[in-house]
Design a protein around this ligand. Sequence first.
Ligand SMILES: Nc1ncnc2c1ncn2[C@@H]1O[C@H](COP(=O)(O)OP(=O)(O)OP(=O)(O)O)[C@@H](O)[C@H]1O
Length: 329
Amino acid sequence: MRLDGVGRRYGVRGPWVLREVRLDVPAGALLRIEGANGSGKSTLLRLLAGIDRPSTGRITGRPRSAYVPERFPGALPFTAAGYLTHLARIRGLRGPEAGRRATEWLERFGAAGHARTPMAELSKGTSQKVAVAQALLAEPALLVLDEAWTGLDHGAREVLDRAVAERVADGGTVVFVDHDPRRLAGAADAHYRVDDGRLLPRDTHLPTADPGTATGPRVTIEAEGPPGSAPPAGTDQALAGAPPLPAVTRSAPGPDGTTLLTVPAAHSDAVLRALLTARPPWHIRAVTTAPGADGADGPADTGAHDTAEHPTAAPTPTPAPAPDEAPLP
Ligand SMILES: Nc1ncnc2c1ncn2[C@@H]1O[C@H](COP(=O)(O)OP(=O)(O)OP(=O)(O)O)[C@@H](O)[C@H]1O
């Protein structure tokens, strides 16, 4: 999908909220939109989702889209399951499949007990689970999330993190706004900022280390996987071409499933992607700056865990390009 010279204002004489927006929305990518309150983020997301039209400019190549609005109109004349089944049918799911998918998403979000509750009687959090589920159930090619994590409990936020990773791994595109800068930290392929009506690319890449040396900025990733298991093989592929110890270290998996991975900053996005798209996906607890391998760069290591560090498995001989290094189509 592509936006060319897109502008939006409310009312013929209203101020331009967005001006001259040009954006390529590639398949299989995670895009983050940032900006101050009232800068026009929600306006942009509504245009991307196709529920609003630009006042000027063109949007072409729109894929099958789904949208979680900032404010979900909860008081609808359905039960939770009835609403999701209805939406699944509108999105093209046929027969019992629509109801099955509705039940499956309510279960994933821990809201199966509210399947028969009228929407108007749902708590704010459960209503938000339904808002998110309606967007996920038909596996859209473009998923647009406007503060979709707000109001969800911890478990549901993790389910949504994983669903986002699944969509991207399946070749879909996810565009999101979230007030928490740690949301999907390091996983976005591109960051943009809405500023004075313009959409500006924000540098997405952490400072690059020289791949030929063991020095340079590093990032510590605290990730949680199945208890006792080592990080998925994809992380080793993501580190192909990275210098070995001391640039790359990995703690032994803790009994709670937590592992600390310290990697060159240039490889961190690819490692995060590998963790989030593993099956089952890993949960990213924190991403912090670590000192360079020579100890010269950045603040002190997190020190959150007392860990025995050891090198990761040897890199694969043929370096694969990190997804974040590929040019956006
Ligand atoms: N339907 C509307 N009618 C008139 N003005 C609107 C409408 N929707 C948004 N605006 C105005 O457009 C501007 C941008 O609003 P928008 O909600 O897109 O910003 P935002 O960056 O998402 O804000 P926030 O971070 O507070 O959610 C604001 O000045 C807002 O008042």
